[in-house]
Design a binder for this molecule. Structure first.
Ligand SMILES: [Zn+2]
Length: 64
């Protein structure tokens, strides 16, 4: 059975990678963990975690 990667492993590896340069503004994008609450069909709230590459071009969209 293949070894499963844990979320912590992925987060550690992602954090170790240098930020990518944005082709639009030329700034180094900051990888952030964006947590969004989503109402589920059953009336409870789910939290989804997304990794977002943040720079000036999309920070307004991310934090809207
Ligand atoms: Zn940008």
């Amino acid at each position: 059975m293949a070894k499963q990667q844990t979320f912590a492993d992925k987060a550690t590896k992602a954090a170790a990678q240098p930020g990518k340069k944005c082709p639009k503004c030329g700034a180094i994008r900051q990888p952030i963990l964006y947590v969004a609450s989503e109402p589920s069909k059953h009336g409870s709230v789910r939290f989804s975690h997304r990794r977002v590459q943040l720079c000036k071009c999309n920070e307004k969209e991310v934090f809207a």
